[in-house]
Design a protein around this ligand. Structure first.
Ligand SMILES: *[C@@H]1O[C@H](CO)[C@@H](O)[C@H](O)[C@H]1NC(C)=O
Ligand SMILES: *[C@@H]1O[C@H](CO)[C@@H](O)[C@H](O)[C@H]1NC(C)=O
Length: 390
């Protein structure tokens, strides 16, 4: 007996050590220092729908989102909480859950680690995969989250008619999670090319030149679309009935392509949005209808944007061959996911003063063969076909 006992003791000790290790491993708080392969920690980012098993499941606070009473996150991100120092901005990128290749292009164009060095972080705003989606599964999204931790997925179904929920979810998350942690919020779509170096420089200069605006609850800057009549043609993707929107004109709003706001402003917008009937054109609703009720003015930066992907393509060409600065800082990718990668990889040198101004007579309009399109990203009557690829 004694001999057996002696032999069992080391085994028992080993077992106890293993159990303790398992428990401490599972209890690692999500605030532990970042590790390049965060797979284990990111398990915590997967919030399963609440089960009856409430003792073992950390209770995720149930909250409504607008009129969705059973709203919850399918995937949650802690990129803001994890940031080691105050962020200049959090980028919230509206992305169709099935656009994994587009998200990969964003990460290839500028990696999270590089964003972090610039004082930035990024999350992609997703919704639940519709039943008709056969190209990607929730399991794939879970493993994408385990690798990158940058997905924020609501449990409502992906649909362009549900974009107002997604937009409000993003603003609410950013204003809550990034409160005291990020000075600015940049909202954009996943099919947009954007010059992050320009945006960073602009935000830094805004902090210095207009500190009052920077910290105010009235910061909304981007592509301003002035009062436009709603599209009443049934065949159009942006067709709006009189029941959905009764007035003859939309208030001025910011294009959801890309705009800048901050935590106090986003918090006010989402709080007010709870009191206003939901309108499904998300940017018109939040930065137009809801904003107007709060009397927040819009900062106009329309000259930053190009509705022509060809212009941005020509910019890449000219950056490569002549080092010419690009005249534009944002615009749609025209269906080319790789354009963002090319653009960001080539435009960076301009911020090390390695670029030159376009010589007279060599403007993009004169040298770039672009098909004529609507100059503006609007949902009003001005355009012939939808510009947004959603
Ligand atoms: C929007 O999401 C809700 C909640 O998941 C869903 O019931 C509805 O079908 C979605 N709308 C569309 C147009 O798919
Ligand atoms: C929420 O409001 C929208 C717009 O008024 C409506 O179409 C939708 O059915 C509502 N959804 C729920 C779950 O009440």
């Amino acid at each position: 007996m004694r001999m057996r006992g002696r032999r069992l003791l080391p085994i028992a000790i080993a077992l106890i050590v293993i159990i303790i290790l398992c428990i401490s491993y599972m209890a690692t708080p999500p605030t532990s220092p970042p590790h390049p392969l965060r797979e284990s920690r990111d398990e915590f980012l997967v919030h399963l729908p609440p089960t009856s098993d409430e003792d073992t499941q950390p209770t995720t606070a149930q909250h409504n989102l607008l009129n969705l009473t059973s709203f919850d996150y399918l995937l949650a991100s802690d990129v803001c909480r994890r940031a080691e120092r105050e962020l200049l901005a959090i980028l919230i990128v509206t992305s169709y859950a099935g656009h994994d290749a587009l998200r990969a292009a964003h990460r290839q164009a500028i990696a999270q680690s590089k964003l972090a060095e610039m004082g930035l972080q990024r999350v992609f705003l997703l919704a639940a995969l519709p039943a008709r989606e056969h190209f990607i599964s929730q399991a794939q999204l879970v493993s994408e989250q385990a690798r990158f931790g940058d997905l924020l997925q609501g449990n409502f179904i992906e649909d362009y008619r549900n974009l107002s929920y997604k937009h409000a979810m993003g603003l609410r998350w950013a204003s809550g999670e990034c409160q005291q942690r990020a000075k600015f919020i940049i909202k954009m779509d996943d099919d947009i090319i954007y010059d992050i170096f320009h945006l960073r420089r602009y935000l830094e200069s805004l902090e210095l030149s207009q500190p009052a605006l920077t910290s105010s609850s009235t910061l909304l800057a981007g592509f301003v679309l002035d009062a436009k009549p709603p599209i009443r043609l049934q065949a159009n993707k942006w067709f709006v009935t009189r029941q959905e929107y009764a007035h003859a004109l939309y208030p001025a709003y910011l294009s959801g392509w890309l705009y800048i706001t901050n935590v106090p402003t986003a918090a006010r917008l989402v709080a007010e949005a709870e009191r206003v009937p939901i309108f499904w054109i998300d940017d018109t609703w939040l930065t137009g209808i809801v904003r107007t009720r709060l009397g927040i003015p819009l900062q106009r930066h329309n000259n930053w944007y190009s509705a022509n992907a060809e212009f941005l393509d020509c910019c890449v060409r000219d950056l490569k061959s002549h080092g010419y600065e690009c005249e534009y800082f944002a615009g749609p990718n025209g269906g080319d996911a790789k354009l963002l990668v090319e653009f960001l990889h080539n435009v960076e040198k301009c911020y090390f003063d390695e670029c030159i101004k376009r010589p007279p007579g060599k403007s993009l309009k004169q040298t770039c063969l672009a098909t004529v399109r609507s100059p503006a990203p609007d949902h009003g009557v001005a355009h012939i076909q939808p510009l947004r690829l959603r």
